[in-house]
Design a protein. Structure first.
Lengths: 183, 525
């Protein structure tokens, strides 16, 4: 009986020490669970989270690119579309290439679909309305930084941001042609 | 009980006498008595704190205590009642009864048994002594939550050390009980023939061995955060105070079953005796006890619904908590079915056992209400919670201890207690207890927060009712003390069976039980 008792004693002491260790093992376990499930992250939640973001809904933003008249450029959005939360700061890029053998100046003008969406596009940085000079064969990536206002209509599930590049040189030429007879 | 044991010490071989006898004793009956006396002394100390709390709450505003001392009282009342009263009292029962019920000569490790007990008074002195230290005793709540518990003064270190010691004591006691039950049963006494009290203690002891070390780890982390520059829970150093709550309640929910499972065992011995019928559904009682113990490990976060957790986690902890009502319900139905069509008599142990079944059920139901996460967010830290856990711990655990003392005292002392005084004690306790705690349900529903020395005017009447009840309940415990002292000294001689319907090995022994029993193991058919 005494031998049996000593055996039981040893086993129970091992369990005791094991459970003492388990108490400490709960510490990394706790942080791992919080990390995997993202349930704690107290600092992130309380300090950095932007309360202006309406994370309850998604809006699909489509990006469109066009070339007007005989501008010898290739112009495409890097990303065709993306889902964003209203209020979220979004950065996208357009890629433009001058396919001709000489420098060309172009100017982009935005348009929106539906047209009503214009009121909710808050652009922080954009390449539009600024003459862009591309050297022969040059490729450039141009960023657009925008926020969809969180007051955007709930019915608007998809909006389109479209840019069209105009050839400013040709425009100037046309203008001068128009003015020349008078001058 | 001590005198009786001493008087029949006919096997004594030159043992020391006086104080040294008690300091060095390895006899399970002596140690059982020591545990029970320690618990009784602590009951009066922590009970006096409760009366001070209730006296302060007799009126709104501050009368007797300042808020800091009030917080010290609530904290120490909780800590001492749990670690100094209920747990030692159950250990006392285990020491007295487990060897007698199993037909074993003593506990498996008598020397360790002695150590396990004598650690307790050391921890008790540390806890009580901290009242006189600079800054007073701990005031951060018995749950020891950081940040309060990593900010307090010297008494916080002392309390952490006391918790370590008490944990060590109950682990040693539990190892002893498990080993005794597994290895030292009389020939023929299979596990499934064991009295239910031994079963509940076996499972309780496993719970203690599994969770006490986790508590020890948690308070060790508090200690190193306080003194050695670690940052487990210190948010300023990148730690997480909420993590303490998870680790703590991983221990403390099993702990609340540690405080009630032995009570189930005691009541399961008493009700069949006075119903003169075998326990209804013995096997289902064993399985229900085991399932409560297993479920207790996966419900801890229902104490923490308000600290923030994902809805999925709230649902999980809510439903797993409610699941515990199933095995608990099995037990209640079995006790009622045992009484059904029995030849009932209502001696004091039976009265306390019946009160236990009824009032514990009330506490169980308010527990179900609190398990509902959306309701708990409203009721968290209100007097509804106070009402709930006093129904399960006072009319649950404490009443079962009274029942057990009245039931086995004649066996331990050889004398019958005074039935008249016992009945006075019972009725004053049961009425007083309900006057204290029933109005607290309404106070909690109306929004009175717990652990606050002052309250809004509209809560005055119910608080006054509760305070009156508290003084009735508190002072009626002096009757209990008188009953115990009188029974030890004198009283009608008890027969060896004591109760007409009593079954089990302990009733085959003469009353009082001799100092050494079952030196040759009895054979159970």
């Amino acid at each position: 009986m005494a031998v049996g008792n000593a055996k039981t004693l040893t086993k129970l002491i091992v369990v005791t020490i094991g459970m003492f260790g388990f108490g400490f093992a709960l510490v990394p376990f706790y942080y791992k669970i919080c990390e995997v499930t993202g349930i704690n992250a107290g600092a992130e939640q309380s300090l950095v989270k932007n309360t202006q973001i309406d994370s309850s809904r998604w809006v699909t933003v489509e990006f469109d690119a066009n070339i007007n008249e005989a501008l010898p450029w290739r112009f495409t959005p890097v990303q065709r579309s993306m889902k964003v939360h209203p209020g979220q700061l979004v950065q996208v890029e357009y890629e433009v290439t001058n396919t001709s053998g000489h420098p060309v100046v172009g100017l982009a003008v935005p348009s929106y679909g539906p047209a009503r969406a214009e009121a909710f596009f808050k652009k922080i940085e954009c390449f539009c309305f600024t003459p862009q000079t591309l050297a022969a064969g040059e490729t450039r990536r141009m960023p657009v930084l925008f926020v969809l206002d969180s007051s955007i209509d709930r019915e608007m599930h998809t909006v389109t941001l479209s840019y069209t590049f105009f050839n400013t040189a040709k425009k100037a030429q046309t203008d001068s042609e128009k003015t020349r007879p008078r001058g | 009980m001590s005198d009786a044991a001493h008087a029949h010490d006919d096997h004594s071989h030159g043992h020391p006498s006086g104080v040294m006898r008690w300091l060095t004793t390895t006899n399970h009956k002596d140690i059982g008595s020591l545990y029970l006396w320690f618990a009784l002394i602590m009951l009066f100390l922590a009970g006096s704190m409760a009366l001070l709390i209730r006296a302060e709450l007799f009126q709104p505003g501050l009368q007797l205590t300042n808020p800091d001392f009030f917080n010290q009282l609530t904290t120490m009342h909780g800590l001492i009642m749990i670690f100094g009263v209920i747990m030692p009292a159950f250990s006392g029962f285990a020491n007295w009864q487990v060897p007698l019920m199993l037909g074993a000569p003593d506990m498996a490790f008598p020397r360790m048994n002695n150590w396990a007990f004598w650690l307790l008074p050391m921890a008790g002195i540390m806890l009580m002594g901290s009242f006189w230290l600079p800054g007073g005793a701990v005031a951060g709540g018995w749950t020891m939550y950081p940040p309060l518990f990593i900010q307090g003064g010297i008494s916080y270190d002392l309390t952490i050390l006391a918790v370590h010691i008490m944990g060590l004591s109950s682990i040693m006691g539990s190892i002893n009980i498990v080993t005794t039950i597994l290895n030292m049963r009389a020939p023929g006494l299979t596990l499934m023939k064991m009295p239910l009290f031994c079963w509940t203690w076996l499972i309780t002891a496993y719970l203690l061995i599994a969770t006490m070390p986790v508590l020890a780890g948690a308070v060790t982390m508090l200690l190193t955060d306080r003194n050695f520059g670690t940052h487990f829970f210190n948010a300023a150093g990148g730690g997480d105070p909420v993590m303490f709550q998870h680790i703590f309640w991983f221990f403390a929910h099993p702990e609340v079953y540690i405080l009630i499972l032995p009570a189930f065992g005691i009541v399961s011995q008493i009700i069949p005796t006075f119903a003169r019928k075998p326990l209804f559904g013995y096997a289902s009682m064993v399985y229900a006890t085991a399932s409560i113990a297993i479920l207790s490990f996966i419900v801890w976060a229902h104490h923490m619904f308000t600290v923030g957790m994902p809805a999925a986690a709230q649902l999980f902890f809510m439903f797993s908590t409610m699941l515990i009502a199933v095995p608990t319900g099995v037990k209640i139905f079995n006790w009622v079915a045992t009484m059904w069509k029995g030849s009932l008599t209502f001696e004091t142990p039976m009265l306390f056992a019946i009160a236990f079944v009824c009032l514990f059920a009330i506490g169980g139901f308010s527990g179900l209400v609190l398990a509902i996460a959306p309701v708990d967010i409203q009721l968290h830290d209100t007097y509804y919670v106070v009402a709930h856990f006093h129904y399960v711990l006072v009319s649950g655990a404490l009443f079962s201890i009274f029942a057990g003392i009245y039931y086995w005292l004649p066996k331990w002392t050889g004398n019958m207690y005074s039935e008249t005084l016992g009945k006075w004690h019972f009725w004053l306790s049961v009425i007083g207890m309900n006057i204290v705690f029933f109005p607290m349900h309404f106070l909690g529903l109306a929004g009175m927060p717990r652990r606050i020395p002052d309250y809004a005017l509209q809560f005055t009447e119910f608080n006054q009712i509760a305070t009156v009840g508290a003084f009735i309940f508190g002072f009626s415990q002096l009757i209990f003390l008188a009953v115990v002292l009188r029974t030890i000294k004198s009283g009608e001689k008890a027969t060896s069976r004591v109760w007409e319907g009593a079954e089990g090995l302990e009733w085959t022994l003469p009353s009082p039980a001799p100092y050494h029993t079952f030196e040759t193991a009895p054979v159970v058919k």
